[in-house]
Ligand binder design. Sequence first.
Ligand code: SF4
Length: 196
Amino acid sequence: MNSGYERFRHDLVTGACAERGWECRVEHTTIGALMDDILDDGDTPCSLCARLRRGVLYRMATEVGATKIALGHHLDDFIETALLNLFFQGALKAMPARLVSDSKKHIVIRPLVYVSEAEARSYTQEVGLPVIGCCCPACGDLSLKRQRMKRLIAELEVEHPDIKHSMITALGNVVPSHLIDRRLQPVLDIAASLSA
Ligand code: SF4
């Protein structure tokens, strides 16, 4: 998906696909300009951008009759998102590896959940796949909270090399009884209300 930023090298993607005989369709959009109109100075653009792109993906999936939409978020994205939500959103969540859309018409999957960014990067080098940036103004902005999370994890990883593995394992190893969300303990709530 081309958000409409100059220098976005979608030609590299189409070229790589053509070389391998893979079907490829580039969807040209004006999402970049639209965000410039909607957002105020200093706003973080990524969540709006993701919502707009998701809408386009759903439309494209319907057009081509796709049964699943696979997104490329990797292990590092999951654990960075978990920290972002923990530190800044007051929520204990990462992102779904499988999600049914609100309309129930689409299934979004993230099959790279257990693949680290470093592994994905070295794989692309090994098989000669091009890596292109989205070219949006926010891309690589070191002031973004996500970049801070990335640096934090990298710093901790120096002392604790297994930290990413532990974090992704934790996302699949939730212990509801040791959290304080009452929605996770309906049986206890019912017992408490009966004894009250
Ligand atoms: S970095 Fe740019 S392209 Fe990526 S989600 Fe944020 S605004 Fe969108």
